[in-house]
Design a protein around this ligand. Structure first.
Ligand code: COA
Length: 435
Protein backbone atom coordinates (compact mmCIF):
# COMPACT_ATOMS: atom_id res chain seq x y z
CA UNK A 1 0.00 0.00 0.00
CA UNK A 2 2.85 2.38 -0.78
CA UNK A 3 1.12 3.99 -3.80
CA UNK A 4 -0.29 6.64 -1.45
CA UNK A 5 3.12 8.33 -1.72
CA UNK A 6 2.46 9.10 -5.38
CA UNK A 7 -1.00 10.43 -4.70
CA UNK A 8 -0.03 12.48 -1.63
CA UNK A 9 1.64 15.47 -3.36
CA UNK A 10 -1.11 15.70 -5.99
CA UNK A 11 -3.49 16.81 -3.23
CA UNK A 12 -1.33 19.65 -1.90
CA UNK A 13 -2.93 23.11 -2.11
CA UNK A 14 -2.70 26.36 -0.19
CA UNK A 15 -5.22 27.01 2.57
CA UNK A 16 -6.88 29.67 0.38
CA UNK A 17 -7.19 27.23 -2.53
CA UNK A 18 -8.58 24.51 -0.26
CA UNK A 19 -11.34 26.61 1.27
CA UNK A 20 -12.03 28.05 -2.19
CA UNK A 21 -13.99 24.81 -2.74
CA UNK A 22 -16.49 25.74 -0.02
CA UNK A 23 -19.69 27.35 -1.35
CA UNK A 24 -22.47 29.49 0.06
CA UNK A 25 -25.02 27.45 2.06
CA UNK A 26 -22.52 24.63 2.68
CA UNK A 27 -22.54 22.98 6.11
CA UNK A 28 -19.01 22.75 7.43
CA UNK A 29 -17.81 20.73 10.44
CA UNK A 30 -14.66 21.83 12.25
CA UNK A 31 -12.39 19.53 14.20
CA UNK A 32 -13.30 19.83 17.87
CA UNK A 33 -11.70 21.96 20.61
CA UNK A 34 -7.87 22.18 20.59
CA UNK A 35 -7.77 20.09 17.41
CA UNK A 36 -9.27 22.88 15.27
CA UNK A 37 -7.22 23.83 12.23
CA UNK A 38 -6.53 27.49 12.82
CA UNK A 39 -5.06 28.00 9.36
CA UNK A 40 -8.18 26.63 7.63
CA UNK A 41 -10.52 28.61 9.91
CA UNK A 42 -8.64 31.83 9.16
CA UNK A 43 -8.50 31.12 5.41
CA UNK A 44 -12.26 30.53 5.36
CA UNK A 45 -13.01 33.73 7.23
CA UNK A 46 -10.72 35.67 4.86
CA UNK A 47 -13.00 34.60 2.01
CA UNK A 48 -16.16 35.74 3.83
CA UNK A 49 -17.06 38.28 1.14
CA UNK A 50 -17.75 35.63 -1.48
CA UNK A 51 -19.80 33.44 0.90
CA UNK A 52 -23.31 33.61 2.31
CA UNK A 53 -24.97 31.51 4.97
CA UNK A 54 -22.21 28.95 5.48
CA UNK A 55 -23.14 26.90 8.54
CA UNK A 56 -20.22 26.12 10.86
CA UNK A 57 -20.88 23.17 13.14
CA UNK A 58 -18.72 22.14 16.06
CA UNK A 59 -18.59 21.48 19.76
CA UNK A 60 -16.36 23.53 22.08
CA UNK A 61 -14.54 26.25 20.17
CA UNK A 62 -11.13 26.74 21.78
CA UNK A 63 -9.96 29.10 19.03
CA UNK A 64 -11.02 32.72 18.62
CA UNK A 65 -14.08 31.88 16.48
CA UNK A 66 -13.73 34.89 14.11
CA UNK A 67 -16.80 33.65 12.17
CA UNK A 68 -18.89 34.58 15.22
CA UNK A 69 -18.08 38.29 15.00
CA UNK A 70 -21.18 40.46 14.36
CA UNK A 71 -19.89 41.61 10.93
CA UNK A 72 -19.71 37.94 9.84
CA UNK A 73 -23.38 37.14 10.41
CA UNK A 74 -24.36 37.44 6.73
CA UNK A 75 -21.58 35.06 5.72
CA UNK A 76 -21.46 32.46 8.51
CA UNK A 77 -23.91 31.03 11.00
CA UNK A 78 -22.47 28.93 13.77
CA UNK A 79 -24.41 25.89 15.00
CA UNK A 80 -22.98 24.99 18.40
CA UNK A 81 -23.51 21.57 19.92
CA UNK A 82 -21.77 22.91 23.05
CA UNK A 83 -21.37 26.63 23.68
CA UNK A 84 -17.87 27.84 24.54
CA UNK A 85 -16.35 31.14 25.64
CA UNK A 86 -15.68 32.45 22.12
CA UNK A 87 -19.12 31.52 20.72
CA UNK A 88 -21.38 32.32 23.69
CA UNK A 89 -22.05 35.97 22.81
CA UNK A 90 -23.12 35.06 19.25
CA UNK A 91 -25.56 32.43 20.60
CA UNK A 92 -26.92 34.90 23.17
CA UNK A 93 -27.38 37.59 20.54
CA UNK A 94 -29.21 35.25 18.17
CA UNK A 95 -26.42 35.27 15.58
CA UNK A 96 -25.63 31.60 16.22
CA UNK A 97 -27.67 28.52 17.11
CA UNK A 98 -27.44 25.81 19.71
CA UNK A 99 -28.49 22.20 19.05
CA UNK A 100 -28.96 19.91 22.08
CA UNK A 101 -27.48 16.43 21.61
CA UNK A 102 -25.78 13.81 23.76
CA UNK A 103 -22.10 13.80 22.78
CA UNK A 104 -22.19 10.02 22.23
CA UNK A 105 -24.91 10.39 19.62
CA UNK A 106 -23.38 13.16 17.53
CA UNK A 107 -21.44 10.88 15.13
CA UNK A 108 -24.69 9.15 14.26
CA UNK A 109 -26.45 12.47 13.69
CA UNK A 110 -23.86 13.16 10.98
CA UNK A 111 -24.10 9.67 9.47
CA UNK A 112 -27.89 9.65 9.32
CA UNK A 113 -28.23 13.26 8.21
CA UNK A 114 -30.10 14.38 11.34
CA UNK A 115 -27.44 17.10 11.23
CA UNK A 116 -26.54 17.20 7.52
CA UNK A 117 -22.97 18.11 6.62
CA UNK A 118 -21.14 18.88 3.38
CA UNK A 119 -17.54 19.68 4.32
CA UNK A 120 -15.10 18.52 7.02
CA UNK A 121 -12.19 20.84 7.90
CA UNK A 122 -9.65 18.61 9.58
CA UNK A 123 -6.27 18.81 11.24
CA UNK A 124 -4.25 15.59 11.13
CA UNK A 125 -0.87 14.13 12.00
CA UNK A 126 1.69 13.44 9.30
CA UNK A 127 0.97 10.12 7.56
CA UNK A 128 2.52 6.85 8.74
CA UNK A 129 4.24 4.38 6.42
CA UNK A 130 0.82 3.27 5.08
CA UNK A 131 -0.43 6.78 4.41
CA UNK A 132 -2.69 6.81 7.46
CA UNK A 133 -2.98 10.11 9.31
CA UNK A 134 -4.10 10.16 12.90
CA UNK A 135 -6.87 12.43 14.14
CA UNK A 136 -4.50 13.00 17.05
CA UNK A 137 -6.10 14.93 19.89
CA UNK A 138 -9.61 15.09 18.41
CA UNK A 139 -11.26 11.88 17.26
CA UNK A 140 -14.63 12.44 19.02
CA UNK A 141 -17.14 13.35 16.25
CA UNK A 142 -14.39 14.39 13.85
CA UNK A 143 -13.78 10.92 12.48
CA UNK A 144 -17.46 10.44 11.61
CA UNK A 145 -17.61 13.94 10.08
CA UNK A 146 -14.60 13.01 7.94
CA UNK A 147 -16.29 9.78 6.86
CA UNK A 148 -19.58 11.50 6.07
CA UNK A 149 -18.64 14.84 4.48
CA UNK A 150 -18.65 15.05 0.69
CA UNK A 151 -15.58 17.32 0.75
CA UNK A 152 -12.68 16.53 3.11
CA UNK A 153 -10.00 19.17 3.55
CA UNK A 154 -7.12 18.51 5.93
CA UNK A 155 -4.27 20.51 7.36
CA UNK A 156 -1.37 18.18 7.99
CA UNK A 157 0.65 19.46 10.90
CA UNK A 158 3.73 17.81 12.36
CA UNK A 159 2.70 19.16 15.76
CA UNK A 160 -0.44 17.02 15.77
CA UNK A 161 0.45 13.91 17.78
CA UNK A 162 0.00 10.49 16.22
CA UNK A 163 -2.43 8.64 18.44
CA UNK A 164 -3.55 5.04 18.07
CA UNK A 165 -7.07 3.75 17.63
CA UNK A 166 -8.14 6.04 14.78
CA UNK A 167 -6.99 7.24 11.37
CA UNK A 168 -7.88 8.35 7.86
CA UNK A 169 -5.90 7.50 4.76
CA UNK A 170 -4.40 10.15 2.51
CA UNK A 171 -6.38 8.63 -0.37
CA UNK A 172 -9.65 9.56 1.35
CA UNK A 173 -8.81 13.26 1.58
CA UNK A 174 -9.70 15.71 -1.20
CA UNK A 175 -7.29 18.56 -0.46
CA UNK A 176 -4.25 18.73 1.79
CA UNK A 177 -2.68 21.85 3.27
CA UNK A 178 0.79 21.22 4.73
CA UNK A 179 1.31 23.69 7.53
CA UNK A 180 3.16 23.21 10.79
CA UNK A 181 1.86 25.51 13.51
CA UNK A 182 1.46 25.11 17.27
CA UNK A 183 -1.76 23.43 18.35
CA UNK A 184 -4.22 25.32 20.52
CA UNK A 185 -3.31 24.70 24.16
CA UNK A 186 -5.29 24.84 27.39
CA UNK A 187 -3.23 25.89 30.39
CA UNK A 188 -3.85 24.06 33.69
CA UNK A 189 -6.53 25.89 35.72
CA UNK A 190 -5.83 27.63 39.01
CA UNK A 191 -6.95 25.46 41.91
CA UNK A 192 -8.31 27.43 44.86
CA UNK A 193 -9.13 26.36 48.41
CA UNK A 194 -12.75 25.56 47.49
CA UNK A 195 -11.73 23.28 44.62
CA UNK A 196 -9.15 21.64 46.88
CA UNK A 197 -11.81 20.77 49.49
CA UNK A 198 -14.12 19.44 46.79
CA UNK A 199 -11.22 17.46 45.33
CA UNK A 200 -10.54 15.89 48.71
CA UNK A 201 -14.18 14.79 49.15
CA UNK A 202 -14.35 13.37 45.63
CA UNK A 203 -11.03 11.56 46.09
CA UNK A 204 -12.51 9.90 49.21
CA UNK A 205 -14.99 8.13 46.91
CA UNK A 206 -12.20 6.67 44.75
CA UNK A 207 -10.39 3.46 45.66
CA UNK A 208 -7.37 1.62 44.26
CA UNK A 209 -8.07 0.07 40.86
CA UNK A 210 -11.00 2.37 39.98
CA UNK A 211 -11.35 3.90 36.49
CA UNK A 212 -12.01 7.62 36.11
CA UNK A 213 -13.93 9.83 33.72
CA UNK A 214 -13.05 13.48 34.19
CA UNK A 215 -14.71 16.63 32.91
CA UNK A 216 -12.88 19.87 32.19
CA UNK A 217 -11.57 22.37 34.71
CA UNK A 218 -10.27 23.08 38.16
CA UNK A 219 -12.30 20.44 40.01
CA UNK A 220 -11.07 17.41 38.03
CA UNK A 221 -7.50 18.72 38.42
CA UNK A 222 -8.04 19.19 42.16
CA UNK A 223 -9.36 15.63 42.42
CA UNK A 224 -6.24 14.32 40.68
CA UNK A 225 -4.04 16.19 43.15
CA UNK A 226 -5.50 14.02 45.97
CA UNK A 227 -4.94 10.69 44.24
CA UNK A 228 -1.15 10.52 44.55
CA UNK A 229 -1.28 7.65 47.05
CA UNK A 230 -3.74 5.48 45.09
CA UNK A 231 -2.73 2.42 43.09
CA UNK A 232 -3.55 1.19 39.62
CA UNK A 233 -6.17 3.76 38.65
CA UNK A 234 -7.48 3.75 35.09
CA UNK A 235 -8.74 6.37 32.62
CA UNK A 236 -11.78 5.95 30.40
CA UNK A 237 -12.94 9.48 29.73
CA UNK A 238 -14.25 11.65 26.96
CA UNK A 239 -11.18 13.84 27.52
CA UNK A 240 -8.21 14.24 29.78
CA UNK A 241 -5.67 16.92 30.44
CA UNK A 242 -2.15 17.53 31.82
CA UNK A 243 -3.06 16.40 35.36
CA UNK A 244 -3.41 12.81 34.15
CA UNK A 245 0.13 12.87 32.72
CA UNK A 246 1.58 13.72 36.13
CA UNK A 247 -0.23 10.79 37.78
CA UNK A 248 0.75 8.46 34.94
CA UNK A 249 4.40 9.44 35.33
CA UNK A 250 4.16 8.74 39.08
CA UNK A 251 2.84 5.24 38.33
CA UNK A 252 -0.54 5.94 39.97
CA UNK A 253 -2.51 5.51 36.73
CA UNK A 254 -1.62 2.17 35.16
CA UNK A 255 -4.94 1.05 33.68
CA UNK A 256 -4.04 -2.54 34.59
CA UNK A 257 -7.27 -3.19 36.50
CA UNK A 258 -9.56 -2.12 33.65
CA UNK A 259 -11.77 -4.94 32.50
CA UNK A 260 -12.06 -3.54 28.97
CA UNK A 261 -9.24 -1.82 27.08
CA UNK A 262 -6.90 -3.19 29.70
CA UNK A 263 -3.69 -1.19 30.06
CA UNK A 264 -4.98 1.73 27.95
CA UNK A 265 -5.80 5.37 28.61
CA UNK A 266 -9.04 5.78 26.63
CA UNK A 267 -10.42 9.14 25.49
CA UNK A 268 -11.92 10.82 22.44
CA UNK A 269 -10.36 14.28 22.73
CA UNK A 270 -7.56 15.96 24.64
CA UNK A 271 -7.09 19.50 25.89
CA UNK A 272 -3.89 20.59 27.53
CA UNK A 273 -0.38 21.81 26.91
CA UNK A 274 2.45 20.46 24.77
CA UNK A 275 3.33 18.20 27.72
CA UNK A 276 0.08 16.30 27.18
CA UNK A 277 0.40 16.24 23.41
CA UNK A 278 3.95 14.82 23.67
CA UNK A 279 2.77 12.21 26.18
CA UNK A 280 0.17 10.78 23.80
CA UNK A 281 2.31 10.95 20.64
CA UNK A 282 3.00 7.39 19.39
CA UNK A 283 2.13 6.16 22.89
CA UNK A 284 0.88 2.57 22.58
CA UNK A 285 -0.83 2.89 25.98
CA UNK A 286 -3.16 5.64 24.72
CA UNK A 287 -6.24 4.67 22.74
CA UNK A 288 -8.09 7.57 21.12
CA UNK A 289 -11.51 6.45 19.90
CA UNK A 290 -14.63 8.14 18.52
CA UNK A 291 -17.14 9.45 21.06
CA UNK A 292 -19.77 6.91 20.05
CA UNK A 293 -17.43 4.34 21.59
CA UNK A 294 -15.96 6.13 24.62
CA UNK A 295 -19.22 7.73 25.74
CA UNK A 296 -21.62 4.98 24.76
CA UNK A 297 -23.39 4.23 28.05
CA UNK A 298 -23.36 0.53 27.13
CA UNK A 299 -19.55 0.63 26.85
CA UNK A 300 -19.17 2.66 30.05
CA UNK A 301 -21.44 0.18 31.83
CA UNK A 302 -18.96 -2.63 31.12
CA UNK A 303 -16.23 -0.91 33.13
CA UNK A 304 -16.32 -2.03 36.75
CA UNK A 305 -15.88 0.71 39.34
CA UNK A 306 -15.97 3.62 36.93
CA UNK A 307 -16.17 6.96 38.72
CA UNK A 308 -17.47 9.82 36.57
CA UNK A 309 -16.72 13.36 37.73
CA UNK A 310 -18.59 16.27 36.16
CA UNK A 311 -19.82 19.68 37.22
CA UNK A 312 -22.98 21.76 37.22
CA UNK A 313 -24.43 25.24 37.30
CA UNK A 314 -27.08 24.35 39.90
CA UNK A 315 -28.83 21.43 41.60
CA UNK A 316 -32.35 21.72 42.98
CA UNK A 317 -33.68 20.10 46.14
CA UNK A 318 -34.98 17.10 44.17
CA UNK A 319 -31.50 16.47 42.77
CA UNK A 320 -32.23 17.75 39.26
CA UNK A 321 -28.96 18.94 37.74
CA UNK A 322 -28.68 21.92 35.43
CA UNK A 323 -25.17 21.76 33.99
CA UNK A 324 -25.59 24.01 31.00
CA UNK A 325 -27.87 27.04 31.37
CA UNK A 326 -28.07 30.26 33.35
CA UNK A 327 -31.84 30.67 33.37
CA UNK A 328 -32.86 30.68 29.69
CA UNK A 329 -29.28 31.45 28.50
CA UNK A 330 -27.41 28.51 27.01
CA UNK A 331 -24.01 28.60 28.73
CA UNK A 332 -22.48 25.28 27.61
CA UNK A 333 -24.17 21.96 26.78
CA UNK A 334 -24.79 18.45 28.01
CA UNK A 335 -21.48 17.24 26.60
CA UNK A 336 -20.83 13.74 27.90
CA UNK A 337 -22.36 14.22 31.32
CA UNK A 338 -25.48 12.11 30.85
CA UNK A 339 -23.66 9.49 28.75
CA UNK A 340 -21.37 8.80 31.70
CA UNK A 341 -24.00 9.21 34.41
CA UNK A 342 -26.12 6.56 32.66
CA UNK A 343 -23.14 4.28 32.03
CA UNK A 344 -21.92 4.53 35.62
CA UNK A 345 -25.38 3.58 36.88
CA UNK A 346 -25.04 0.21 35.13
CA UNK A 347 -21.35 -0.35 35.95
CA UNK A 348 -20.55 -2.77 38.77
CA UNK A 349 -19.55 -0.41 41.59
CA UNK A 350 -19.90 2.65 39.31
CA UNK A 351 -20.37 6.13 40.75
CA UNK A 352 -21.50 9.34 39.03
CA UNK A 353 -20.37 12.45 40.85
CA UNK A 354 -21.47 16.02 40.18
CA UNK A 355 -18.91 18.20 41.97
CA UNK A 356 -19.32 21.96 42.21
CA UNK A 357 -18.62 24.89 44.53
CA UNK A 358 -21.61 25.60 46.80
CA UNK A 359 -21.90 29.19 45.53
CA UNK A 360 -21.11 31.31 42.51
CA UNK A 361 -20.88 35.02 41.68
CA UNK A 362 -18.57 35.72 44.65
CA UNK A 363 -20.84 33.91 47.10
CA UNK A 364 -24.01 35.77 46.10
CA UNK A 365 -25.80 32.80 44.48
CA UNK A 366 -26.25 29.31 45.95
CA UNK A 367 -25.75 26.53 43.44
CA UNK A 368 -27.98 24.34 45.59
CA UNK A 369 -31.38 25.87 45.11
CA UNK A 370 -35.04 25.22 45.90
CA UNK A 371 -35.91 25.21 42.20
CA UNK A 372 -33.84 25.51 39.03
CA UNK A 373 -33.94 28.98 37.52
CA UNK A 374 -36.94 29.56 35.22
CA UNK A 375 -36.00 28.64 31.66
CA UNK A 376 -33.11 26.36 32.64
CA UNK A 377 -32.94 22.81 31.30
CA UNK A 378 -32.56 19.65 33.35
CA UNK A 379 -29.30 18.09 32.20
CA UNK A 380 -29.17 15.08 34.54
CA UNK A 381 -32.60 14.06 35.78
CA UNK A 382 -33.48 13.32 39.39
CA UNK A 383 -33.84 9.66 38.41
CA UNK A 384 -30.24 9.48 37.18
CA UNK A 385 -28.50 11.66 39.75
CA UNK A 386 -26.09 9.88 42.10
CA UNK A 387 -23.57 11.88 44.22
CA UNK A 388 -23.46 15.66 44.62
CA UNK A 389 -20.28 17.07 46.18
CA UNK A 390 -19.51 20.61 47.34
CA UNK A 391 -16.78 21.97 49.61
CA UNK A 392 -19.16 21.18 52.50
CA UNK A 393 -19.42 17.46 51.86
CA UNK A 394 -21.03 14.64 49.93
CA UNK A 395 -24.75 14.02 49.32
CA UNK A 396 -25.45 10.48 48.12
CA UNK A 397 -28.90 10.76 46.53
CA UNK A 398 -29.61 7.36 44.95
CA UNK A 399 -32.39 5.50 46.73
CA UNK A 400 -33.30 8.54 48.83
CA UNK A 401 -36.81 10.00 48.99
CA UNK A 402 -37.40 13.59 47.97
CA UNK A 403 -37.41 14.56 51.64
CA UNK A 404 -34.16 12.74 52.36
CA UNK A 405 -32.54 14.21 49.24
CA UNK A 406 -33.50 17.75 50.15
CA UNK A 407 -32.07 17.25 53.64
CA UNK A 408 -28.81 15.79 52.28
CA UNK A 409 -28.42 18.64 49.81
CA UNK A 410 -29.12 21.35 52.38
CA UNK A 411 -26.34 19.90 54.55
CA UNK A 412 -23.79 20.49 51.78
CA UNK A 413 -25.14 23.95 50.81
CA UNK A 414 -23.22 27.07 51.82
CA UNK A 415 -24.15 28.03 55.42
CA UNK A 416 -25.31 31.49 54.24
CA UNK A 417 -28.12 29.84 52.27
CA UNK A 418 -29.06 26.98 54.56
CA UNK A 419 -31.76 28.83 56.52
CA UNK A 420 -33.65 29.82 53.36
CA UNK A 421 -33.39 26.26 52.04
CA UNK A 422 -34.57 24.83 55.39
CA UNK A 423 -37.63 27.12 55.28
CA UNK A 424 -38.37 25.77 51.80
CA UNK A 425 -37.88 22.22 53.15
CA UNK A 426 -40.40 22.80 55.96
CA UNK A 427 -42.93 24.30 53.55
CA UNK A 428 -42.49 21.47 51.07
CA UNK A 429 -42.46 18.50 53.44
CA UNK A 430 -44.60 19.94 56.26
CA UNK A 431 -42.10 18.84 58.88
CA UNK A 432 -39.15 20.28 60.79
CA UNK A 433 -35.72 20.09 59.20
CA UNK A 434 -33.51 17.90 61.38
CA UNK A 435 -29.71 17.58 61.13
N1 COA B 1 -26.35 30.92 38.53
C1 COA B 1 -25.82 31.95 37.83
N2 COA B 1 -24.59 31.93 37.28
C2 COA B 1 -23.88 30.80 37.43
C3 COA B 1 -24.36 29.69 38.15
C4 COA B 1 -25.66 29.78 38.72
N3 COA B 1 -26.20 28.78 39.40
N4 COA B 1 -23.41 28.73 38.15
C5 COA B 1 -22.39 29.21 37.46
N5 COA B 1 -22.67 30.46 37.03
C6 COA B 1 -21.78 31.33 36.25
C7 COA B 1 -20.52 31.64 37.02
O1 COA B 1 -20.68 32.78 37.83
C8 COA B 1 -19.53 31.87 35.92
O2 COA B 1 -19.72 33.17 35.39
P1 COA B 1 -18.45 34.03 34.89
O3 COA B 1 -17.90 33.25 33.73
O4 COA B 1 -19.07 35.34 34.52
O5 COA B 1 -17.53 34.08 36.06
C9 COA B 1 -19.99 30.89 34.85
O6 COA B 1 -21.35 30.62 35.11
C10 COA B 1 -19.21 29.59 34.85
O7 COA B 1 -19.28 29.02 36.11
P2 COA B 1 -18.15 28.06 36.67
O8 COA B 1 -18.64 27.52 37.97
O9 COA B 1 -16.83 28.77 36.66
O10 COA B 1 -18.16 26.97 35.55
P3 COA B 1 -17.09 25.91 35.16
O11 COA B 1 -16.13 26.50 34.21
O12 COA B 1 -16.58 25.20 36.36
O13 COA B 1 -18.03 24.93 34.34
C11 COA B 1 -20.08 23.88 33.83
C12 COA B 1 -19.16 24.35 34.92
C13 COA B 1 -21.28 23.20 34.45
C14 COA B 1 -20.56 25.03 33.00
C15 COA B 1 -19.28 22.88 32.99
O14 COA B 1 -18.87 21.84 33.80
C16 COA B 1 -20.07 22.36 31.85
O15 COA B 1 -20.24 23.03 30.87
N6 COA B 1 -20.60 21.16 31.96
C17 COA B 1 -21.32 20.58 30.86
C18 COA B 1 -21.81 19.24 31.19
C19 COA B 1 -20.72 18.31 31.54
O16 COA B 1 -20.41 18.16 32.68
N7 COA B 1 -20.17 17.64 30.55
C20 COA B 1 -19.10 16.70 30.74
C21 COA B 1 -17.80 17.33 30.41
S1 COA B 1 -17.90 18.10 28.80
Amino acid sequence: MKDWKNIYPTKFVTAAEAVGHIHSNDKVVFTHACGESQCLTNALVEQADRLENVEIIHMVAMGTAPYCQPDMSKHFRHNAVFVGGSTRKAVEEGRADFTPVFFSELPNYFRTGLIPIDVALLQLSVPDENGNCSFGISVDYTQSAAETAKLKIAQINKNMPYTYGNSINIKDLDYIVCKDEPLIELQPPKIGETERKIGEYVASLIEDGYTLQLGIGAIPDAVLSFLGDKKDLGIHSEMFSDGVVDLANKGVITNVKKNIDNGKFVANFLMGTRKLYDFVDHNPDVLMKPVDYTNDPFVVAQIDHIVCINSAMQVDLMGQVNAEMIGPRQFSGVGGQVDFVRGAARSKGGKAIIAMPSTTSHGKISKICANLDPGAAVTTSRNDVDYIVTEYGIAALKGKSLRQRAAALIKIAHPDFQIGLMQEFEKRFLCRFKE
